[in-house]
Every structure is written in structure tokens, then in C-alpha cells.
Design a protein around this ligand. Sequence first.
Ligand SMILES: NC(=O)c1ccc[n+]([C@@H]2O[C@H](COP(=O)([O-])OP(=O)(O)OC[C@H]3O[C@@H](n4cnc5c(N)ncnc54)[C@H](OP(=O)(O)O)[C@@H]3O)[C@@H](O)[C@H]2O)c1
Length: 294
Amino acid sequence: MRILLFGCDGQLGGELQSSLASLGEVIAVNKEDLDLTKVDIIPTFIDKVHPEFIVNAAAYTNVDQAEIELDVAYTVNAITPGVMAESARRSGSLFIHYSTDYVFDGQKGKPYTEGDSPNPINAYGHSKLAGEQAVQAVGGSFLILRTSCLYGLMGSSFPCKVLAWAREQKVMRIVEDQVGSPTWCRVLAECTAALLSREYRSRSGWPAERSGLYHVAGKGSASRFEWAKRILELDPHPEEQLVEEIQPARTEEFPTPAKRPENSALDCSRFEDTFDLLLPDWDSSLAIAMAEGS
Ligand SMILES: NC(=O)c1ccc[n+]([C@@H]2O[C@H](COP(=O)([O-])OP(=O)(O)OC[C@H]3O[C@@H](n4cnc5c(N)ncnc54)[C@H](OP(=O)(O)O)[C@@H]3O)[C@@H](O)[C@H]2O)c1
């Protein structure tokens, strides 16, 4: 199996590199290898590699900066996925792309299904929605996996920030009016690997009726406040914490250039039913991630 992986230096890309390695040859590509704003050279690059699967974990993910760097965000998140999907369709490869709960406005009041109409409220959400639409317009064999509150335990993920704040502040204030479905990037990477392995074993090609958009996230939902409280409870080194109290706050207290949806939790039953795969709930995945520290 020959897998071309874009975005291998990102939090999901890093996990994918490990999860996909057991399936075959992974050609892992980062920004230095190919700057995805150079859209014109992407098809030639892909043709040269001649992959059976293309997995795109690359994205412009700085939600606030996207309000300013609209053009770059749009190129990477909207145009590039369409170009990759076109290359995949031409060569008969399966294309896997990732999207976000931020395509929704967060006003539904309960978890979103794939049938709900997107209505992004920030530039990042608009660019990611345009990417979904570009991939769907190309067609072929593709999967768009929409996820939510993706985290690893490295870099500047939310759990890393909470652990750092807890070592600096006695009172932590965390927003309770932003709700999502926290998703450990290893879970998403392993779901991707499970799908690829199944498809490869069947050798009958990806069934056209399974191409499409699926929600894949930690099961259930949590506000940032609830999520942060669990992170502190699961901290493997609580003796290092300075924090004495964690208080719920409102989003207005922390103004940001981009608006965030209030409740963009995802209902993943379509994914579970279609592929007969059970997703772990967000809390149990967090416990494993924190214990492993990755
Ligand atoms: N993080 C979340 O909370 C979240 C939530 C829902 C959905 N998602 C989606 O999940 C997917 C994976 O997200 P993630 O959190 O793993 O993102 P990430 O850690 O920010 O990784 C994205 C990768 O894409 C690369 N990239 C950005 N611009 C590029 C360009 N012009 N050329 C080549 N590579 C470029 C980045 O490289 P540099 O770092 O060098 O720029 C980075 O390695 C994305 O589709 C994202 O939209 C994320």
C-alpha cells in the first residue's frame, strides 16, 4: 500500500504517520517538501508519487489569524483539497480529507449531524466549508472526516495550555460557553488507518455509496471549562500545580479576532453505523492520552 500523507508535521499528521506505517509505505510530506499555497505544482507532485491513497492532514488552522490572512487560509483550506481530490479521482486513488465543527454556527443546542446545514461564523470555518464543497464537487472515491476540538499532548494544544496555566496561576478562568467534542488525534488517526486497511483488504475498490462526509470525534460533549477540569484531575504531576481554583468564564471575557461557535459538538452515529466502528467517549480517551503523555 502506498500512502501519500500531507501535513505530517501537524498534530494529526504526526499521529497518522505512526498509525499508517503498519499498513505500507507512507510518503510523508511537510511544508518544506511542498508548500500547499503553490497550487499549480500539486498535481505533478502527486502524479510522481503515484499513491493508492492520499491523506490530507494539512490545513491552515490558526483560527484568529485566518481573519487577517484570508487568502492564504482560503488557498490551503479550500482550493488545495479540491486540487488533491481531482488528482485522486484521475488516478483512481482514495482521498481522505479532514474538516471541522467550525463549519457550524453553534446555535443548534444539540450535537450536529451530517444533515445539518453549515453556517460558519468565522473565516476559518468559511474556508474549511469551501474545501469540503470543492472535494464533494470533484467526486470520485473520497472521505471527508469532520472532527472537533482536536488535541494531542504536544505543542500548544488545549490540554498543554491548561497544564501550563495550572502551573502559573492560582485561579484559572475557563470559558463554559464553548462546547465541542474533544477528540484525541490518535483516535482519529487510528480510525483513518482502520478504514484504509479495510478498503485495501477488500480489493474491490472503495464503494461509491460510502464516499462522503462523516463526523468523527470523541463521543459526547464538553465545555472548555469541563474539559479543563478533567485535564487537571488527570494531570500525572498534580504536585506541580499552583492552581487552587478553576472558575467558569464567559467568552466575552477573552475577546478574540474570530468568533467561536457556542456548541458545535458532533453526532458521530453515521460514521459508527456505516463502518461498524465504535468511537470512544471523549473522557476515556483523554484519560489514556494523559496517562501516556502523548
Ligand atoms: N485543531 C483542532 O482543534 C481542529 C478541530 C477540528 C478540525 N480540525 C482539522 O483537523 C485537521 C488537522 O488539524 P491539526 O490540528 O492536526 O492541524 P495542525 O497541527 O495545525 O497541522 C496542520 C499542518 O498543516 C501544515 N500546513 C499549513 N499550511 C501549509 C502549507 N501552506 N503548505 C504545507 N503545509 C501546510 C502545517 O504546517 P506549519 O505548522 O509549518 O504551518 C501543519 O503541519 C485539519 O484539517 C483541521 O482543520 C482541527
